[in-house]
Design a protein around this ligand. Structure first.
Ligand code: PLP
Ligand code: COI
Length: 339
């Protein structure tokens, strides 16, 4: 394998064309013609529903190089299940868990030279997606679909390894109470572009959305879930039908309980009660665990543990999660799929 000269320790989260991507077409009631291609452009009809009506969904997951040279996928069955939910919500055909995982493995293997080395803190980000394509203009489901998986080597989404970031409470909603917030569909992210850019213009990493019904409770970040550690050492993350059910978040609930011996609950986090929490963080595949230094709300910055360093329980959670992903710490049964 040819060795790439990339700055593996400082990658950030940027598009890069890697060698090949996986493509499968859905036509006449089934998925077929799966292949790997070097072409990173899709040639689709101007009438494609993905272009006009947002009929598309995507996933985000990572492959990690372990110390022994093997390659880990972290809970890919959970990403497959979430994509099936997203497809069902947008009236698209589902990709089976077996096909999803097989596609991801093929893409990792064929792009192995882009897989960051062990110990760099970087990983290979996989972006599976399904789009509605084909000639159409009426507001109805597409006649055909494409399932694609591509990959890029990435480092941190925010400042990087356990550096706290400040977040801004948005006046906008990203999703409606009975809308598509729990599905990983492009429309949610299009809706978050303007609020996110405004937050960044004010020097914040991103914004945090409140619940669309009462605007009194924290929901999530535009690209990650929210968690906090209460003053009584409970791991807390919001329960809401309009947040994305994150796989990192679900994993942290389990690890907080089983490995750190903490209570872990899904419950309302009231924006007026931030003083009840001594640490906070954003968690997700791309965000990993990003400590939240402070939250800006009503003209003041509420600082949790510190604006400069992660709190002690956030650090322990980070070590446990990334240790499992990198293969250094034994994973709970079924969490790691070897490529
Ligand atoms: N919430 C949003 C809006 C996201 O985009 C993501 C990232 O995928 C998450 C939460 C975290 O989900 P996961 O941990 O499955 O990556
Ligand atoms: C992920 O963490 O996989 C995401 O989808 C985040 C992305 C929107 C930047």
């Amino acid at each position: 394998m040819e060795h790439l000269q990339l700055d593996w320790n400082n990658l950030g989260f940027n598009y890069m064309k890697t060698d090949v991507r996986y493509i499968s077409h859905w036509r006449n009631g089934k998925w077929h013609e799966s292949y790997l291609t070097e072409d990173n452009h899709l040639h689709i009809s101007e009438g494609s529903t993905a272009l006009h009506y947002g009929q598309q969904c995507f996933e985000g997951m990572k492959a990690y190089r372990c110390k022994d040279g093997s390659i880990n996928l972290f809970r890919p069955d959970q990403n497959a299940a979430r994509m099936q939910h997203s497809c069902a919500r947008l009236l698209m055909p589902m990709v089976s868990t077996a096909q999803f995982i097989d596609a991801c493995k093929q893409v990792v293997k064929a792009n192995e030279r882009f897989l960051p080395p062990y110990g760099t803190g970087s990983s290979l980000y996989l972006r599976p997606f399904v789009i509605g394509v084909g000639d159409n203009i009426g507001l109805c489901s597409a006649p055909e679909f494409i399932f694609c998986v591509f990959c890029i080597p990435v480092g941190g989404l925010f400042k990087g390894r356990l550096k706290p970031s400040n977040f801004f409470i948005s006046d906008y909603d990203r999703a409606a109470p009975n809308g598509t917030g729990a599905a990983k569909v492009g429309g949610n992210y299009a809706a978050s572009l303007l609020p996110g850019s405004e937050a960044r213009a004010f020097g914040f990493a991103d914004c945090i959305y409140l619940d669309p019904m009462t605007h009194g409770k924290i929901e999530e970040v535009g690209s990650a879930n929210f968690f906090a550690i209460s003053n009584y050492n409970t791991f807390v993350t919001p329960r809401s039908p309009s947040i994305l059910p994150g796989i990192t978040r679900a994993s942290l609930i389990e690890l907080a309980q089983s490995r750190l011996g903490l209570n872990a609950v899904e419950e309302d986090v009231y924006i007026e009660n931030l003083g009840n929490y001594k640490e906070a963080g954003a968690c997700g595949t791309a965000a990993v665990i990003t400590p939240i230094g402070g939250i800006y709300y009503k003209d003041r910055l509420h600082v949790f543990h510190s604006e400069n360093e992660a709190g002690p329980l956030t650090q322990l959670l980070f070590n446990e999660l990334t240790g499992i992903q990198n293969g250094d710490i034994e994973a709970p049964a079924g969490w790691i799929e070897k490529v």
